[in-house]
Design a binder for this molecule. Structure first.
Ligand code: SAM
Length: 249
């Protein structure tokens, strides 16, 4: 799939008037993790695949003042501009895999940006994140593991009522290692979304190949329980001294 096709899938979903209220509990749980990882409100944070900017606006609401977002979908980025105004430092239209920005202390990548349409071992997304992190910087990633995929499978009908009401019908199924999400928005079908289901050992290998260390000690069970529809991973870009120490062993 080309970047233009990928952007088209998410541009179509920008028509859903999501206002952050349907998943407030998940946003709160993720904010709790960010507070633990980034106690200083001056931490430089990049939200990768920021979508319509709801997590960025939640970060701004917490008082974080050096926050940026990147997304490949122009329509979503436009919504993020509207929602966040001047509370964000920078909103970038583009693919994280080829991004030239850098030096963030924390990167968040939430809700299935990893694995969107990628081949099983696609490293580009994580390598792109490694490139924008400072040495010692942290990654908070949610992805779709097998348990989260099973919990998501099924049929749903959700009515969003920010502005004029819109009904979204979703049929979610698992097929050959993919989570396949077919949706209609007010009866109109949008291009199907396919997210690779990634098992934890494979994710660890992918992180390591991308130059990131999986942080097993930091996985907080009670927060993971509050996020039933995604799997949670924390990783660190090692500092140069840590890399050198590792090489000396
Ligand atoms: C399922 S949405 C999640 C949006 C938001 N993070 C949230 O939690 O509501 C995935 C988002 O990732 C973006 N995305 C996917 N691949 C990307 C890439 N390689 N670079 C930047 N954005 C990407 C999509 O355009 C889409 O807005």
């Amino acid at each position: 799939m080309t970047n233009v096709d990928l952007a088209g899938v998410y541009d179509a979903r920008a028509a859903i008037p999501f206002d952050g209220s349907t998943n407030r509990g998940e946003i709160e749980a993720t904010l709790a993790l960010v507070r633990a990882l980034a106690p200083s409100l001056d931490t430089t944070i990049l939200d990768v695949g920021c979508g319509a900017g709801w997590f960025l606006s939640a970060l701004a609401g917490e008082g974080y003042r050096r926050i940026s977002g990147i997304d490949i979908s122009a329509k979503n980025l436009h919504l993020a501009e509207r929602h966040c105004g001047d509370t964000v430092t920078n909103l970038i239209l583009g693919d994280i895999a080829t991004s030239t920005i850098g030096d963030f202390e924390l990167v968040t990548a939430l809700n299935a940006c990893l694995g969107c349409f990628g081949p099983p071992d696609d490293q580009r997304f994580l390598k792109g994140i490694q490139g924008v992190l400072k040495p010692g910087g942290r990654l908070l990633l949610t992805y779709v593991g097998p348990d989260a995929a099973r919990r998501r499978a099924g049929e749903y009908r959700v009515r969003y009522s920010a502005g004029s009401p819109v009904e979204v019908c979703s049929q979610v199924h698992i097929q050959s290692g993919w989570l396949i999400i077919c949706q209609t928005i007010d009866g109109r079908p949008v291009p199907e979304e396919r997210i690779r289901i990634i098992e934890a050992p494979i994710l660890k290998r992918m992180l390591s190949r991308a130059g990131l260390e999986f942080d097993a000690a930091a996985v907080m069970t009670e927060i993971a329980t509050a996020l039933p529809f995604v799997s949670l991973a924390l990783a660190t870009r090692p500092t140069l001294s840590r890399l050198a120490g590792g090489l000396a062993v």
